[in-house]
Design a binder for this molecule. Structure first.
Ligand code: SF4
Length: 85
C-alpha cells in the first residue's frame, strides 16, 4: 500500500478521511483530540473514541485539509447547522 494513499476510518455515522500527501504535520489534530488521533496506533484515527461532533470539530481545525469528515446519514435526515457542531 502506498504511504500517500487516502486513508478511510469509519464508525457508525461518521467517516473520517486522511490524505497523507496533503498533511502539513502541524500536530493540531493530535493536540485537539488525542484520544481519536494517536500516531502510536497502527490505525491512528479512531472515530469511536469521541462523539461525532467532537471529531468533526477537531477535523475542522486541520489547517491543510488533509483531514475530512462526513456524516453518513439518511438523505431525509436534517443535519444541524455547522456552527452548532
Ligand atoms: S491537523 Fe491536519 S495538517 Fe495537522 S497533523 Fe493533523 S492531519 Fe496533518
Amino acid at each position: 500500500m502506498s504511504r500517500d494513499r487516502l486513508q478511510v476510518y469509519e464508525s457508525g455515522d461518521l467517516r473520517v478521511t486522511f490524505e497523507p500527501a496533503v498533511c502539513q504535520h502541524s500536530g493540531v489534530c493530535l493536540k485537539t483530540l488525542p484520544a481519536v488521533f494517536d500516531v502510536k496506533r497502527a490505525r491512528w484515527i479512531d472515530p469511536e473514541a469521541a462523539s461525532s461532533r467532537a471529531v468533526i470539530a477537531a477535523v475542522a481545525k486541520c489547517p491543510s485539509g488533509a483531514l475530512q469528515a462526513q456524516l453518513v446519514t439518511s438523505v431525509h435526515e436534517v443535519l444541524p447547522p455547522l456552527e452548532d457542531l
